[in-house]
Design a protein around this ligand. Sequence first.
Ligand SMILES: [Zn+2]
Length: 236
Amino acid sequence: MAGLAAVAIQTIEVPVAIAVARATEEAHGGLLQVAAIPDGFRPLFAILLLDYTLYIWHRLTHRVPLLWRFHRVHHIDREMDASTALRFHFGEITLSVAFRAAQIWLIGPSPEMYASWQMLLILCILFHHSNIRLPLNLERRLATVVVTPRLHAIHHSVKSEELNSNWSSGLTIWDWLHGTLRTKTPQESIVIGVQGFRDERDQELGSLLVHPFVCPADVPRVGTKTTRERPSQLEA
Ligand SMILES: [Zn+2]
């Protein structure tokens, strides 16, 4: 899964992203070029805006039936560790390219800023999917700023109310602002995976590759209740 995803990233996503970033920079387009932002602050704004728009994309992958079919492959893993971070269907990466191009066109990061964000994002994704057990107090402090393993484990729960929370990838503030931050869930109560796809067969490479094409979309029900729980309330 990781190999195919890496091929899609290197052959489609990165070339398109860099080309759009270069074209936007040359045309002096994008929010960062148009707004009166001091040069030194541009990389910071680029990372903030790219991280926020990625939050929107992640929500869309859970709401739009076609996107959910592909993103569900990532959620089917029954045990979370750093390898889960690499388990994306190449179709999801391919479908994300148009959104990625729009993000860059709208925001206008330079190719270097975009590449730095990608590097940071990979580190964040590896970290929050990892099975590192941090001291609870330290993780609560970290969770005030960035997405941590306990926070993201809640997003990988089979329960739809938990699945439909904690969508941030880098900074936790986006979940907090949107009322989708969930922290008061004891970790031992979480069953990781997707209801109906927890058999041994669902975990096999062949099943995962054909999954988006043969399994019905079945978008999980979304509650309207907001969950602005505080990082300091993160449960062990
Ligand atoms: Zn997800």
